[in-house]
Write a protein that binds this ligand. Sequence first.
Ligand SMILES: Nc1ncnc2c1ncn2[C@@H]1O[C@H](COP(=O)(O)OP(=O)(O)O)[C@@H](O)[C@H]1O
Ligand SMILES: [Mg+2]
Length: 345
Amino acid sequence: MLLHPRLIAFLVAFFISGVSTTFLSFVSGVSNSMLFVVGVASFSSAFFLVMYTVEVLVYREVTKIHSTIQRLKLQDFNISRKALVKDTNPFKKLNQEIFVYVAKKQREIDELKKLEVFRREFLADVSHELKTPIFAAQGYIHTLLDGAMDDEVVRDKFLQKAAKSLDGLDALVKDLLSLSQIETGELKMQLAPVDLRLITLEVCEQLENKAAARRTHIKIKPDRLPNVWVKADAQRIAQVMTNLIENAIKYGLDEGKVIVHFTEEKKHYVVAVRDNGPGIDPEHLPRLFERFYRVDKSRSREKGGTGLGLAIVKHILQGHGTKITVTSQLEKGSTFSFKLEKAFL
Ligand SMILES: Nc1ncnc2c1ncn2[C@@H]1O[C@H](COP(=O)(O)OP(=O)(O)O)[C@@H](O)[C@H]1O
Ligand SMILES: [Mg+2]
């Protein structure tokens, strides 16, 4: 039960005056008017004394605590001094506020700790990923210098291998730069109407050699859609399509099939990149979009993958206010799809 200071003062004063008049009434020769005067005097003095003590002690302390909070500049503390002093039980209110505040801070600390772990892991991953191609190229070049250069066949083979490692390094650094630019918001998405069908055609042309090397057949469907006008950042969305189609070629089958499918909805287009490759085990799906996550590490690296492609895709699509989803069935193939807003309704 909440006790207002005035009620406390009243009760205490009533008790004190009651006790003093009762005792006084036992003394012989005390008249009623004397009893009345003592009753009123003890009641009023006790009432004001208690009131004063409660008000001064409680509110002075509350004000002190409040000003300490102010000094700490805890802006998140959304409680005004006025509201506190007016409250019947300021300590309870303060306590509640502090509890909410501490819970909020604790959440922030947990978040920061998670980020710190993430940062540390990322740094370790980056160092490891950088080390691998550098180490390989270094090995080949030193072997050449140590005499392997004299054998023409070995020389060509080793130089090619060193070059391939350095290409991998180049791809990795480029992907890391992309990722960091997107993350720091340095590169804002320049949303404008773009024809995603045309962009996809261009991307397919660029990937022609890679597809031809595996005799992969790429198709854009359906034929009856001459244009797919969406609101997107042309360059970034091309990066998304390149990664998805390239993955479908790389991780699909030889002589595989890749289909880019556009579905028109009321306000959106759904874009799906489908392959008939070996598919992805469901246990890998939740982590697929993490940086450096690869289903088959050695196979991905050998195919020139950095493991950053899908993380970049995820970020770019987030920048477009949409998200990527994947469905996959082992031995049947995988489908990566996302929605984009139509440019013209
Ligand atoms: N279409 C696909 N079919 C099977 N596996 C895939 C497909 N796309 C991506 N993956 C798996 O997801 C991993 C992450 O892809 P990505 O981030 O693009 O990295 P990278 O291509 O550089 O290896 C790949 O290493 C691969 O194991
Ligand atoms: Mg990739």
